[in-house]
Design a protein around this ligand. Sequence first.
Ligand SMILES: [Zn+2]
Length: 152
Amino acid sequence: MATVNSCPLCHLDTRPVLWQDEFCRVVGVETLDYPGYCRVILNAHVAEMSDLPENDRYRLMQVVLATEEAVRAVLKPTKINLASLGNQVPHLHWHVIPRWPQDPTFPDAIWASSRRLPAVPQIADLWAKLTRSLQERLDYLRQSGCGLHPKA
Ligand SMILES: [Zn+2]
């Protein structure tokens, strides 16, 4: 199991970065099977949501939900899957996965065996569109004081 010294999420440069602040980052996962698949990664090496103070739990979920909204707005998938596993990399991160009936594993989890060749929508300038959508949502949350900068 990865420790802080061997943890890929602490040390690897994961790209593309769609949005980040001092608390967490949103990165795109380059895959043709699930276009728009994003991960929200806490910057600190923490394993479980319940290890976080209450304000930080809320703050992380605000970013996860803003990411879900951005993915829905840009890609209009049939369904969103949210998952936090961390069995292989116990560093808190959320998967935000757009799903379509034509994707390789629908209706199973994306980690299941493939059922078909994918025929999912491919969108030009996907990461740029998601970045703009995320920026708008997270800027709005920051300006309205809704959890991105919890009171000390
Ligand atoms: Zn880590």
